[in-house]
Design a protein around this ligand. Structure first.
Ligand code: NAP
Length: 288
C-alpha cells in the first residue's frame, strides 16, 4: 500500500514512519510539505500523492496553548482534521485518525469504553472531539484511535522532562490527582500497523496496559534512573495550569484485545525500554 503519514515529524508520526517503512510505501508529510488548515493545498497535495491509506497524526498538542488560543486549536485539530479526511475521501483512501483520552471529563471511576459519552474539559479536548466528528463525517469507514499520555524519542514528553528536572535536585513535585495510561509511541505505532492491515474501523482505544498517576509515573522513572531525588505529590490545583485535565482517563482496551488478540505491554516495561534505549552507552544517571 501507499501509506501517507500526516504529522510525520511529530512524536508519533516519526516512529510510525519508521515502523511502516519496511511494510509499505510510506510518504511522510508535515508542516513543511503542507499545512492541513489550508484546504486547496491539502486537497491538491493529497491528490498528487494518491495514497491508498492516510494516517493523520498531525495536531496542535500544546494543551495549555490551545486553552489560550481556541481559534488555532480548532483550525488545526478540528477543521484541519476535516480537510485531511475530506481529501482522503476524495482519493478513495482509507483513513486512520488519532485522538485522545482528553475527550473525556475523567469523572468516571472505571475505564472508558469506546462508546462512553465524551465530555471534554479543555479547548484541546473539544477541538480533538470535533476532529473525530469531522473524520467520521467525511470518512464513515475510518478508524479513530484514542490514545493517551504519549512518550517517545521524537517529541517533548514527560519521561524526558522528569530525567531533566530530577538530575541534581533533592526533590521535585508532581501531581498525584490525575490518573492515566502512559503509552510508548513505538508500541502505538506497532498497533497502528496491525490495525491498518486488518482494516479495523470505528473508534478504538489504544494505550499501553496498566495505569498510574503522574506522581507514580515520575517515581518509577526516578527509580529506574537510580538517582536520589524525592518525588513529592502535589495537587493539580497547586500547580495551576491554564487547561483543566481529566482526573481519571483510563481507556478500556477490551476492544483492542478482541481486534488484535492481545493488549499492549505494561507501561512500566515500555518506559524502562525507552529510558534504556535513549541513554548514551556508558552513561550513568548517577553522575548527572
Ligand atoms: N502527546 C500526547 O501525550 C498525546 C496523547 C493523546 C493523544 N495524542 C494525539 O496523538 C497524535 C500525535 O501526537 P504527538 O504527540 O505525536 O504530536 P506532536 O509531536 O505535536 O506532532 C504533531 C505534528 O503535527 C504537525 N502539525 C501541527 N499543525 C500542523 C498543520 N497545521 N499542518 C501540518 N502539520 C501540522 C506538527 O508540526 P509542528 O511541530 O511544526 O507544529 C507535528 O510535527 C495527535 O493527534 C495527538 O492529539 C497525543
Amino acid at each position: 500500500m501507499k501509506v501517507m503519514v500526516v504529522g510525520a515529524r511529530g512524536m508519533l508520526g516519526a516512529d510510525l514512519v519508521k515502523i511502516l517503512s519496511p511494510l509499505h510505501r510510506v510518504i511522510g508529510v508535515d508542516n513543511e510539505e503542507f499545512d492541513i488548515t489550508d484546504w486547496p493545498v491539502t486537497s491538491s497535495s493529497m491528490a498528487e500523492i494518491g495514497p491508498d491509506a492516510v494516517i493523520n497524526c498531525a495536531a496542535w498538542t500544546d494543551v495549555d496553548g490551545c486553552e489560550r488560543d481556541p481559534d488555532r486549536a480548532f483550525a488545526v485539530n478540528a477543521r484541519g482534521a476535516g480537510f485531511v479526511a475530506r481529501a482522503a475521501a476524495e482519493c478513495g483512501a482509507r483513513l486512520i485518525h488519532i485522538s485522545t483520552d482528553f475527550v473525556f471529563d475523567g469523572r468516571k471511576r472505571g475505564p472508558y469504553t469506546e462508546d462512553a459519552a465524551p465530555n471534554p474539559l479543555s479547548v484541546y479536548g473539544r477541538s480533538k472531539l470535533a476532529g473525530e466528528g469531522e473524520s467520521l463525517g467525511y470518512c464513515p469507514g475510518c478508524l479513530v484511535v484514542r490514545t493517551a499520555w504519549l512518550f517517545g524519542r521524537n517529541g517533548k514528553n514527560f519521561v524526558d522532562t522528569i530525567i531533566k528536572i530530577s538530575s541534581g535536585r533533592e526533590s521535585i513535585e508532581v501531581v498525584d490527582d490525575q490518573t492515566g495510561s502512559p503509552t510508548y509511541s513505538v508500541d502505538l505505532s506497532g498497533a497502528l500497523a496491525a490495525l491498518l492491515d486488518r482494516g479495523t474501523s470505528g473508534i478504538l482505544n489504544v494505550t499501553n496496559s496498566g495505569h498510574c498517576s503522574w506522581w507514580e509515573y515520575a517515581a518509577y522513572i526516578v527509580d529506574i534512573l537510580g538517582i536520589s531525588c524525592a518525588v513529592r505529590p502535589v495537587s493539580s490545583e497547586r500547580i495551576g495550569r491554564p487547561a483543566p485535565r481529566p482526573a481519571f482517563s483510563i481507556l478500556s482496551t477490551d476492544r483492542l484485545e478482541a481486534e488484535l488478540g492481545h493488549t499492549l505491554r505494561p507501561w512500566r516495561e515500555a518506559v524502562k525500554e525507552y529510558i534504556e534505549s535513549t541513554k548514551p552507552s556508558g552513561f550513568s544517571y548517577l553522575s548527572c
